[in-house]
Design a protein around this ligand. Structure first.
Ligand code: SF4
Length: 350
């Protein structure tokens, strides 16, 4: 169902020989009432219910394992997709919000050497419905009060799980539309609560700016100079730092949404004071109208990696230098590190 918009759902039911108006009822159960158990859909005639559910809400994925930390307020779920592919999603509850970090591909083909997901290569793209279902599973668990902290709702979705979202563009845009479509056609979230991250697929960033959905764009830069970024983010061999940053700046200009520059701080690799200055110069060369914000990520450990997080004093100096250049800068917390659920750690090992 989540692969299709309202008109497409109706059409599918008609093709299946079922009344088209039932699509609205099913959508209401799935997106508004947050119900996926057919036995709770009592407004559907029992004779049709199983066929309706089989047609529009087949079981797409099964949870294999859930791991928790932060007193149950961070939950990582390992999912098995219908064809056996494994992906992970992470729910993070904060006092003011609940963020779901979702995967958009099984594996990833971008081969960033510091990232666990990148080590296994790309298995396949996920469908819109598979992406959406990760959010809905979190929404249902919150709704039922199954997450520590009592009943709640998903306020934010970040496309920062496994995969490069813009390499699976159509399915990701479909998912963003389902999440923001008003209920009951979709989940009714605000586009402001959604962040799409990318390593810098420049043509796709430009395309995203034309969609009319002002999601937040997060550009994973990780280095301000091409020499280092060619190694850290191999797609840089195709689109250079200045092209990626210019596309991000254009995105901010078109959508009026502040872009987030993601920068994993890696000890003695990209955390030198001169690189902080260079990053500040690169970003401020596009003006100081508040188009950008830097989000520094202390590198999270992954197995068999020679790289590690920066020294605290180097991290502080990096922040200080960026702020001195007038660039708003924050350091991301490292939620989920203990259960390998933090940035760059998702490997979906069964
Ligand atoms: S950092 Fe992102 S784009 Fe790079 S390999 Fe990992 S999942 Fe893929």
């Amino acid at each position: 169902m989540a692969d299709l918009d309202a008109a497409g759902r109706k059409e599918l039911l008609t093709e299946l020989g079922l009344p088209g108006f039932r699509a609205k009822q099913l959508s209401n159960h799935y997106f508004a009432r947050l119900v996926d158990d057919p036995s709770e859909m009592t407004d559907l005639p029992s004779a049709e219910r199983d066929r309706l559910v089989a047609g529009l809400l087949p079981e797409l994925m099964t949870p294999l394992r859930a791991m928790q930390t932060d007193d149950g307020q961070t939950v990582k779920t390992l999912w098995k997709l219908f064809d056996g592919a494994l992906v992970e999603s992470v729910l993070m509850r904060y006092p003011e919000r609940v963020t779901m970090c979702v995967s958009s591909q099984a594996g990833c083909g971008m081969a960033c050497p510091f990232c666990a997901t990148g080590q296994g290569g790309l298995q396949r793209n996920m469908s819109t419905a598979e992406i959406v279902e990760q959010v809905l599973a979190g929404a249902r668990a919150l709704h039922r009060g199954e997450v520590a902290g009592g009943p709640g709702r998903v306020s934010n979705v970040v496309f920062m799980g496994m995969g490069e979202p813009l390499a699976n563009y159509n399915a990701v845009i479909g998912a963003v539309r389902r999440l923001t479509d008003p209920q009951p056609d979709g989940l009714g979230m605000s586009a402001r609560g959604i962040t799409v991250s990318t390593v810098g697929l420049v043509p796709r960033i430009k395309q995203l700016a034309t969609e009319g959905i002002p999601v937040t764009l997060a550009l994973s830069l990780h280095a301000p100079d091409d020499e280092l970024r060619d190694d850290l983010v191999p797609i840089n061999n195709r689109w250079k730092v200045h092209e990626a940053v210019e596309a991000a700046w254009e995105y901010a200009r078109t959508t009026k949404r502040r872009v987030s520059i993601e920068y994993a701080l890696i000890k003695d690799v990209n955390d030198q004071a001169w690189r902080a200055d260079l990053l500040g110069d690169v970003l401020s060369s596009y003006g100081d109208w508040g188009w950008v914000h830097v989000n520094l990520i202390p590198l999270n450990p992954i197995e068999n990696s020679k790289w590690t997080a920066s020294r605290p004093q180097d991290e502080r100096e990096f922040v200080r230098r960026l702020i001195a250049k007038g660039i708003p800068t924050t350091v991301r917390d490292t939620r989920g590190r203990e259960i390998d659920a933090a940035c760059g750690q998702l490997a979906a090992q069964g």
